[in-house]
Design a protein around this ligand. Sequence first.
Ligand code: SF4
Length: 470
Amino acid sequence: MASIYIETYGCQMNEADSQYIADRASASGYAVTDDAAAANVVVINTCTVRDNAEKRAYGRMAQFKKLKLADPGVKLVVCGCLAEQDRDVMTGKAPYIDAVFGTRDLARLGDALATWRPEFGDDEIDLTQENLLLGKLGGHGDCVGDAYAHVRAFVNVQRGCSYFCTYCIVPHVRGRFDNRALDDILSECRAAIARGAREITLVGQTVNAYKEPASNADFADLLAIVSALPGIDRLTFLTSHPKDYTPKLAATMGALPNLNPRFHLPVQSGSDPILRRMNRKYSVAQYREKIALFRATCPDWALTTDLIVAFPGESDDDFERTLALCDEMSFAQAFMFVYSPRRGTPAALWEQVPPQIGGERLRRLAETIDRGVRAFHAPKIGTTVRALVQGPSRKDRSKLAAKTIDNVTVIAPAGALGEFELRERPWLDVSIDAVFTWGCSGEIAGIAARYDDPSPVAAARPTIDLVTAR
Ligand code: SF4
């Protein structure tokens, strides 16, 4: 059977795009594999938000060249933000690449997969009813080489961004806001639920700026409608902009029972002059007001954020304000970066902060953030948390990794639990006996099919050794 391997870099938008590619591939009769060496089509879904991501993507292309040399029939495809940015030069830099698709060309990539499909033989085309139906519905978000990927679905609600932060390449490579029609979003969510998704993540670069073109429904309306879909288990969303966090959205978030209690609201800096230079469209005081509203309407939720240090012009004083704000906010998690200039953005042309200062600021910021993370994790000791399985832990495959609904990683020994049981009952009840900055660890006490199931099925463990007892 023809197979496709998809490697994804970057943000949740790329995750959603990879899911779309997997959908289109499945509908055309491909199996999604996690073994690049066995695939007929290898797709690298690239990111260009940081220089490292760019270098890594070109590095991976060079590694995949070996597959092409071993079998010239293999198709190497590059898509995503780097493909959009370098579309005119990429095949010059990597001439063995078969096709380059920009961020607005995903439908063409889907068409190309269907066109190439006969080249890989027609022996076992799996156009099952489900694939045909879901293909029509606009895709079902099949797993990307992961046994449990079906339990999470990323549904794109919006492409592009119109905010033009001065450090960000997204509006340049993905274009301005392009909001999807509500009906399309709902069809995709229904299809994901039908396929067994326990958690739906609505994704967009500035997801809470969503406005439905025809009905004028806003993001709060969208959340309420999706959360009421029959069969939905949990709902969450990424990434929000402080400017679009409104009292209506705050009230909606506080009222919906199946919304995950986790809010990601990037602040980027705790200094007004830097926020202005970043063109973030809010002040520190306005961010504080938004968080006060959030804490009042969503008590006990996890607040997470993004931060950039050493942005051009950031003084020691600016940085100290960022540290002070982080101490005050006590974020449950933060994605922290040293500023990295992106070609084509205004900030890339400004005088840069020396890298050693950036490194030192990142280290100090991480210490501050870790205090908040530890404070958030500490109360979980001695409790039992319910977490959605992700798969075997990367460090120790005898253990399972899972995520709580407030987005904390949990690791526990898998014991006798196997893929067969977990595909049906992917919620793990884990009694937590240790907490760390990366998450928590413990023992699995049971498994459940849905988040609200009151009594989990006890994790199967043999009580006697059946071989020696015979
Ligand atoms: S809000 Fe700013 S950082 Fe976020 S995608 Fe838009 S331009 Fe980029």
